[in-house]
Write a new protein. Sequence first.
Length: 376
Amino acid sequence: MSFAPALPASPAHAALRAWICLALATCLLSPSAFAAKPKKNKTAASKNAVAAKSYRNDLRVREAARQIAERQGLSAAWVRATLAQAQKLPEVIRAASPVADPGVRNWDAYRRRVLDPVRIQAGVRYWQAHASTLARAQELSGVDAGTIVGIVGAETLYGQRMGKYRVLDALATLAFDFPAHHPKVAGRSAYFLQELEAFLLWSHQTGRDPLTVRGSYAGAMGIAQFMPSSWQKYAVDFDGDGRIDLFGSNADAIGSIANYLAAFGWKSGMPTHFSVELDMARADLPALLEKDIVPSMTPAQMQARGALLPAAALAHPGLLALVELPQGLGANPSYVVGTDNFYTVTRYNWSSFYALSVIELGQAVQANLPAPKTPD
């Protein structure tokens, strides 16, 4: 099959997805992510159930149902009845709230959590199980198979952790009760209302029961953790069974990730990044970091500003960006030089930590694959 052409999301939507992915990565990649989860007692579960509040009689929800049904040509009764069963989840509101003390970012600590031996070995098994599909996705899209594997590993531990929240509840909560003290509450509430609408349309079109679909606290779904609008724009039927299933089909998930990155400008054969050293005696850091992770300098311009580039980077035909990786209090940051492909990975999650970690995870998995058997 060929990938369907897709237009990149608007900058506003890309930024919102970036916030979602960064928040999810913070949760999924926390030190407790691999720890055994304690069993919840019935009392705690009962308290959580009591804390949830129905949107059945919320006038805002009723008006939203009317507008969604009208715009999408859906049954008004069905949309009202569905949204009436949505629950306001305090846990989701807490997860979306700004952190009072975000702490100091530390690339090495973040990297260790992503490139965990358990995740790497699970990635080896995943690659072996889906080798032909990964090869086909790479051939058709140009997207490196290792990067696809790294994303699947970071997002859901290769499909093992796709989220526990009803997507209907998560999206309704964030649409109608996004934390009021958040500085961008209006824009993000509007975004999640659009995602709620996309989710209802997706449920209607696919025949999925919107009351049973589960995902992340931000409403991301499936092995690839696509938001409903991304599912509509970028998801593909890569196994050829006539439907798109990012929950049960690893082929569809692999193909859809490849399609997403291709739509955002992945260039076949281009490295994602290069190593770099800085001549601190003459390095012009403000100029080198001015455009953040957006490639904006030629290799010669970087050299002139104090970056010492390896031969491969000097020969790179495109623009480059200096990517700063903080190492915590009292330590000097690390740096890499990102290409257009590095920037493309950040469109999946607007975080240099995330992008470099999934790239390196894919490389670590590939390095641990058994050597192919040679014929006798």
